[in-house]
Structure formats: C-alpha cells, structure tokens
Design a protein around this ligand. Structure first.
Ligand code: GTP
Ligand code: MG
Length: 476
C-alpha cells in the first residue's frame, strides 16, 4: 500500500471505512469515479451477502447504500494525518455515543440527553473536542454508570485495521514427507490503539514496504488539512446529469450463472427491478434506460442532490443498485444460487441541452439494437453447429437487412417479432397518471397509480415518445 500519492477511500453507512491503494496502483487506470463506485458497489454487495452470517435471526429490512469519495494522499505524512484523523473521529464519536445511549437508557429523553452533553462537553464536532471534554465524558461515564471507558471493547474505541501480510504456510508434503512451504498473502485484522503511530506502522513490513515509513509521531490531526486533499468533482449546474453504471466482468458473471444467450429475460428483469428501486429512492432521477449489464440514470437539470458532487451521486446509485441486485436475486432466480456477488462501476456525465441528452439516450438504444441483432444471429449460428470463430466470420461486414434475412431464412425468426425488452431495452420513469401497464419487472398488465415508477420498452429514439411524455424530463 502506502507511498506518496496513495489513495484513501471513505465509505460510510453510519460507519466509515477507508481503503488505501498504493501509490503505484493502476487499478481502473486511476479513474476516480470508477474506483470509488466500484469500492462502494462491492462493499454493498458483500454487506448484503454477509448479513445472514452475522444476523441469522434478523431480516435485512432494505438494501443499504454507501457514499464514497477519494482522498489523494500526496505523501506518507498526509496518509498518516488522514489515518490519525479517522481514528480520532472514531474515538470521539464512540465516546459521545456511549454517553448518549447510557443517559437514554437511564431514562432521559433524547433532547434532555443532548442538552446534558452540550453543557458537559460543549459540542460534538470532532474538531472542537479537546482533552478536557474527553475527560469530562469519561468522568460522566464513570461517576454515573460505573463504566471505565478504557475497558470498553477495542473494536468500538479504536476501530478496525485490516492489512495484507505474507505468511509461510505448508501447502503439501513431498514424497519424503517433508513439508513444502509457500508464502501466502493473508489478511490480518487488528484493533490498534494508534494506527498512525510510528511504532505500529513501522513494525509491519507489508505496510511500510508498500506504503512508506512514518518518520515521526504526530499528535492531534487537523481535519481541514486532510479535507484539502479530498478530490471534489462538482457537476456543472443546470445540466442534465447522466449516471451510467455498468456491470463489472459481466461476461464471466453471466457464464458462471448460466444466463440464457444472448438475452436472459429474468436477468434483465432483475436489472429493471433494481433500477425501479433506485428511482424510488432518488426523486431527482427522472428517467433511466437499461440494456444488457448497464443502466443510465438521468437526473433533473435543477437537481441539487449532494450539492452536485459527482462522487456522492455516483456511489450511492451504484451501491444501492448492487445491494438490491443481491437482495432480489432469489426472487428472479429461485432455483439458482448466487455464486458470488456482482459489482457495478459508475460515472457521471453532464449534458447541457435537451437535444444532446436525447441524442445520448438514442445512442444507447441504437447500441442495444445493434448488439441484440448481432448477438441473436451469432448465437443462432452457434446453436446450429458452427464454431464461434465461424459464426464471427460469417457475420463480418453484414448489414442489418442481411442479418434479418439470415434470421428469417435460416432460422424462421422474424427479428421484429422478438420480445421488445430485447430489442428496445428498458425505460424506467414515473407515470403521469394512473394506467394499466405492463411494468417490465413482472409479466401482465396491472393498474399503476400516478407517480408510480414503471418499466416500459419503448422507442426512445423517435422524438414522438418524448413529445407524448413531456413530463418525464419536465421539458417544456
Ligand atoms: P466490463 O464491463 O469491461 O467489466 O466487461 P463485461 O464483461 O461486463 O462486458 P460488457 O459490459 O462490455 O458487456 C456485458 C456482457 O454481459 C456481455 O458481453 C455478455 O457477456 C454479458 N451479458 C449481459 N446480459 C446478458 C444476458 O442477458 N445473457 C447473457 N448470456 N449474457 C449477458
Ligand atoms: Mg460490463
């Protein structure tokens, strides 16, 4: 890990997690949006997957989401200050919350408790907490509740620090019975009192080798100093923001889960269901269009969501989509085990005019059409006995008309009669008024109410769709 220019990530639910990448990392070619969305997405998927292990009796009531941002640490010293800041924050929060909940449990109301803590400790801003206030809280805990703060679990007071290290392990025995040893990378979990201390850092080779040495010990961190290294990317005001998420290595994911080729209706409907959840959660998203393993979400022009900070918008969308995907997998694939959780990366792009936005959406639908037509021919040829290379060669240079003729003449398939969901992709939006519509997640028409989020498979290249639905992008 650490070296100058390491990147730290902050993901939080109400808990913070930072992931440090080494300065030489080429992960996603260092594109911040891809990295932060992927970390948040993967974290969300892992969280849902592992929930049962930790809460076997408790139902996960809703799919969680996480926001993340990048902090570029220019030198090992900045990383050291960053780590100290996070751990001091953990400590201050835990101390405050321990006092808070002990007072509440003892019978005080929430507002009374807040008042007591305000009087006793002035303020709950980590920046403002000084040693006297810490001492006051410790005394409050000891005198009122007989709690010695220092004896509370380290996990709560100090947080957790995970790093990779190399350990020698016996992998097998040779023919003479001698052990054959190999160096294996292993994750180590510690709850150290001070993760920014030289004594802790410089005694773990995997930390100082990858990330650099800490040359001196530091005291109280300066949050404003660390914040100045945060990478902020504000999206241009009054432009349409499109967040496009894309499944990571979905080629492999769909193979492992034996998706039907070229289109798996259930997998597409699962994607649609996740997009509906995202629209239901974020009111500012007015429209979404999905095809294959990607989804584009359009935020209204005037949106002030997360003050238009790109990372804060992209990460919860990608992570909510992912956690919903994992949560709902069993609904769409009751007979199939989810062998590993998927992850989605995301990026945000601003479109300055209505016309350019519609051009963008048309481009995605044209892409859907071209890919679907090609893939339908390709897999029909493969299923008919040709090898993949023969099928590719056969289709090289063919036009749309020729592909349609191939399907019709050789396989008796009329391309235009294939399901709309495959040919048109899926559009997700809110209904202007109640109507009986098929919603692209479950089959069959149903009465949907005004404002309800629905899925349709319409032609969004034609301007008439937008003229008939001016409310979707609130364009006048
Ligand atoms: P990256 O996005 O670069 O990580 O690669 P990727 O493997 O996800 O490929 P890409 O996003 O370019 O394309 C999506 C891939 O997902 C397709 O090439 C298919 O292999 C797979 N895929 C998506 N939808 C379906 C489906 O309905 N059925 C099957 N069989 N595969 C699908
Ligand atoms: Mg993909």
């Amino acid at each position: 890990f650490l070296h100058p220019h390491s990147i730290a990530f902050k993901c939080f639910l109400c808990l913070f997690r930072s992931f440090v990448f080494k300065k030489t990392s080429r992960f996603y070619q260092r594109r911040s949006s891809k990295i932060l969305s992927l970390v948040a997405s993967f974290f969300a998927a892992a969280y849902v997957t592992k929930w049962k292990e930790f809460f076997p009796q408790r139902k996960l009531e809703y799919a969680p989401s996480f926001t993340s941002k990048v902090v570029t640490c220019a030198t090992p010293e900045v990383l050291q200050v960053y780590l100290a800041w996070r751990q001091q924050n953990c400590h201050a929060k835990n101390q405050y919350e321990t006092c808070f909940w002990m007072l509440v449990k003892s019978g005080k109301t929430i507002s009374e408790t807040q008042e007591v803590l305000k009087v006793c400790c002035c303020c709950f801003s980590v920046t403002d907490i000084n040693d006297t206030q810490k001492q006051q809280k410790n005394e409050l805990l000891f005198q009122k509740f007989g709690i010695n703060y220092k004896t509370l679990p380290e996990l709560f007071r100090q947080g957790s620090c995970l790093f990779k290290t190399k350990v020698e392990e016996t992998v097998k025995h040779d023919e003479n019975g001698n052990p054959v040893k190999r160096l294996r990378r292993k994750a180590v979990l510690v709850h150290s009192e001070n993760i920014a201390a030289r004594s802790f850092w410089n005694e773990h080779p995997s930390l100082y080798n990858d990330l650099g040495y800490f040359t001196k010990d530091i005291g109280r961190s300066e949050p404003d100093f660390v914040r100045s290294f945060q990478f902020e990317n504000k999206l241009l005001p009054l432009t349409w923001v499109v967040v496009r998420i894309d499944g990571c290595h979905f080629h492999r994911f769909s193979d492992v889960h034996e998706f039907e080729k070229p289109n798996d209706e259930k997998a597409l409907k699962l994607m649609n269901s996740c997009a509906v959840a995202v629209l239901e959660e974020f009111e500012d998203i007015q429209f979404a269009y999905g095809v294959s393993d990607e989804y584009s979400f359009v935020l209204k022009k005037e949106s002030e969501l997360y003050k238009r900070q790109s990372s804060k918008i992209v990460s919860p969308i990608a992570s909510l989509f992912t956690s919903t995907y994992v949560t709902k997998w069993g609904e769409f694939f009751p007979q199939k085990v989810l062998k590993y959780p998927p992850s989605f990366d995301g990026r945000a792009v601003c479109y300055p005019t209505y016309k350019i936005l519609l051009d963008y959406l048309a481009w995605r639908q044209v892409d859907c059409h071209i890919n679907n037509q090609y893939n339908t021919c390709f897999w029909m040829l493969v299923k008919s006995g040709k090898t993949k290379t023969q099928s590719q060669d056969y289709l090289k240079g063919t036009q749309a008309r020729e592909k349609n003729e191939l399907l019709s003449n050789q396989f008796g398939i009329e391309y235009n009669s294939l399901p709309l969901i495959f040919r048109m992709g899926s559009s997700v939006f809110r209904l202007k008024e109640s109507a009986a519509v098929e919603n692209g997640v479950v089959s069959g028409k149903k009465l949907r109410l005004e404002g309800e989020v629905v899925v349709d498979h319409c032609n969004i290249i034609e301007r008439c769709f937008w003229e008939e639905h001016p409310h979707i992008l609130s364009y006048s």
